[in-house]
Design a protein around this ligand. Structure first.
Ligand code: K1U
Ligand code: ZN
Length: 191
């Protein structure tokens, strides 16, 4: 059950395995979204299952990335697929670290599945080189640019308990947080 390629034929045309689960995405504010995650020390079957569920959850949302704390798992695992057209490229990054960042910055209007329907411009390095462990235990390194670079930095921030709204001024951040508190109250009442 370790191979995504066998069922992820296309994001809109998944050949779903019955053991896959769409996990609940935590909504800000939640203390788990503010904590730094622990490294993965061993790639167990549980990690394979977590990664598969996270990809399923990300495609279902839909989103282009997802980090483990967003589904309440405090481990350094993220998934992403920033392909807009063409064959999907589901990626699973375990214990990712940025080993190089460009001096060039780029601004992108970011969203977050834990902060639904709120968007804001965030400035980040335009390119980053990231090292991580893959599901087969091998060390990988890749230089990301464009949306991939923005996304991988956004997801690594999640692993460090940081949200895109932490880059905004206090007033804007507070306004978004209040909207999310209201949304959570309404959802709890079933509105
Ligand atoms: O981490 C997350 O909350 C996922 C987030 C990733 C992200 C988006 C934009 C910039 C940086 C990182 C999302 O996927 S939000 C949804 C989204 O961007 C999207 C949804 C459907 C199609 C295309 C994009
Ligand atoms: Zn996010």
């Amino acid at each position: 059950m370790c191979c995504f390629g066998s069922f992820l034929l296309h994001r809109n045309q998944l050949r779903r395995k019955s053991w896959l689960m769409i996990r609940t995405i935590l909504i800000h504010p939640d203390p788990r979204l503010k904590k730094s995650c622990d490294p993965v020390s061993e790639i167990t079957q549980e990690v394979h299952l977590l990664a598969a569920d996270m990809l399923e959850t990300m495609y279902d949302a839909p989103g282009i990335g997802l980090a483990a704390p967003q589904v309440g798992v405090m481990r350094r695992v993220l998934v992403m697929d920033c392909i807009k057209d063409g064959p999907p490229r589901p990626m699973v990054l375990i214990n990712p670290t940025v080993v190089w960042s460009s001096e060039d910055l780029t601004t992108y209007e970011e969203g977050c599945l834990s902060i639904p329907e709120q968007y804001a411009e965030v400035k980040r390095p335009a390119e980053v080189k990231v090292q991580w462990t893959s599901l087969d235990g091998s060390t990988q390194e890749e230089q990301f640019s464009g949306l991939w670079a923005t996304c991988v930095q956004h997801e690594i921030d999640h692993l460090d308990g940081k949200l895109f709204i932490d880059y905004l001024g206090p007033l804007k951040r507070q306004m978004i947080t209040r909207k999310m508190e209201k949304l959570k109250r309404e959802r709890a009442r079933g509105v």
